[in-house]
Design a protein around this ligand. Structure first.
Ligand code: MG
Ligand code: MG
Ligand code: MG
Length: 305
C-alpha cells in the first residue's frame, strides 16, 4: 500500500502541528492503514508546551515530496505555504479554514472547509461523523489548537462551533481551558531565545495577489514595548527578506494577547496597502483591537490592493 502523509503549513503553528497528528490518528483508524503526521518546519514554544503536556510525538520533518506522493493537507491550501513538490503530488484531502487561493489539483479530491476559528474544530466534527472515539491525548491536542487559533475564544475568527467543540474537548482532555490555555499561550510569548531572523519567520505567511508577493508575520507577546526594543534589528532582517524574496510588502504584527491589540512594523514599496487604513509612524502601525491576520490584516491588504 502506498503511504499517506499529512501536514500543515510552513512555519507551523499549534493548529498545523496538532491537526496533523490528530488527522493522522483519525485517518489511520478510518482507512485501516497507517497515515503519517509530518511537519514543514520547526516547532514553536507554544506548540512544544502542548506536545509535552499531552505526551504527543513530534511529527516528522519533511522538506519536499516525491512525484505521486499521496498527501493530506490540513490548516492551509495555498501552494505558497506548502511543501516543495506539491505540483506533482496527489492531493487526496484538504481540511482547512482559510480562503482558497493559489490552489489546484489534477484529480478530484475530498475538500472540507468551513469559516471556523480552527482546523481542529472541523476535525472534531469528522470524529463524530465517522463515529471514532476521541482519546484524551487527541482531545488535548485539538483543544490546544483551538485555544491557539482563537486566542482562548477572544479572536474575531471564533464561531459557535469552536466554542462548542472546546467545551466538549475540555471534558475529554480533562483540563481547565482557562488555566491550561493561558499557560500554553504564555509559553509562546517567550521570544527572547529567537534571533531577529527567526522571530520574523516564526509565524510568517507568504501571500500572492495581483502579481504582488507579500508576507505577513505575527508574534504573540504580553508586552509590545518589550518586542519593540529590538525594532532596529528586526527591521534590518525584514529588509533582507524583502530583497531576498522580492516582496512588495512585509508586515510584522506584534500581538498583545492580554489586551487584544497589535502593533505592526510595516516595510516595503507597498506600505500604502496598510497606511490607507492605519497611520504609519516610524514604520509602525498601531492597530487597536486587531489580533487576527486572517480576518483583520489580510482582508485589509486585499481591499487596499
Ligand atoms: Mg495555522
Ligand atoms: Mg488554523
Ligand atoms: Mg495563527
Amino acid at each position: 500500500m502506498e503511504k499517506i502523509i499529512v501536514f500543515g503549513h510552513k512555519n507551523p503553528d499549534t493548529d498545523s502541528i496538532c491537526s496533523s497528528i490528530v488527522m493522522a490518528d483519525l485517518q489511520t483508524k478510518v482507512r485501516g492503514q497507517e497515515v503519517i503526521a509530518c511537519r514543514l518546519g520547526e516547532i514553536n514554544e507554544e506548540t512544544q508546551y502542548a506536545l509535552n503536556y499531552f505526551k504527543a510525538e513530534t511529527p516528522k520533518l519533511i522538506e519536499k515530496v516525491e512525484e505521486g506522493q499521496i498527501v493530506i493537507m490540513v490548516d492551509h491550501n495555498e501552494f505558497s505555504q506548502t511543501v516543495d513538490g506539491i505540483e506533482n503530488a496527489k492531493i487526496d484531502t484538504v481540511i482547512d479554514h482559510h480562503r482558497i487561493n493559489n490552489f489546484k489539483t489534477a484529480e478530484p479530491l475530498f475538500y472540507y472547509a468551513q469559516p471556523v476559528g480552527c482546523t481542529a474544530t472541523l476535525l472534531y466534527e469528522l470524529y463524530k461523523l465517522n463515529n471514532v472515539k476521541i482519546e484524551p491525548k487527541i482531545a488535548g491536542l485539538m483543544l490546544s489548537a483551538i485555544i491557539s487559533d482563537t486566542l482562548l475564544l477572544k479572536s474575531p475568527t471564533t464561531t459557535e462551533k469552536d466554542k462548542k467543540a472546546l467545551a466538549e474537548l475540555e471534558k475529554l482532555a480533562n483540563v481547565n481551558k482557562e488555566t491550561y490555555g493561558l499557560e500554553m499561550l504564555k509559553a509562546g510569548t517567550n521570544l527572547d531565545k529567537y534571533t531577529e531572523k527567526e522571530l520574523i519567520n516564526l509565524d510568517a505567511k507568504m501571500m500572492e495577489s495581483q502579481g504582488a508577493k507579500y508576507m505577513v508575520a505575527q508574534v504573540n507577546t504580553v508586552s509590545i514595548p518589550d518586542v519593540l526594543k529590538r525594532k532596529a534589528q528586526i527591521e534590518e532582517e525584514i529588509k533582507n527578506t524583502i530583497n531576498e524574496k522580492e516582496l512588495s510588502l512585509f508586515v510584522f504584527a506584534i500581538t498583545d494577547i492580554v489586551n487584544s491589540n497589535s502593533e505592526a512594523i510595516v516595510l516595503g514599496d507597498r506600505t500604502d496597502l496598510i497606511s490607507k487604513t492605519y497611520e504609519i509612524n516610524d514604520n509602525i502601525a498601531v492597530m487597536p483591537g486587531v489580533v487576527s491576520r486572517k480576518k483583520q490584516i489580510l482582508p485589509l491588504i486585499e481591499k487596499n490592493m
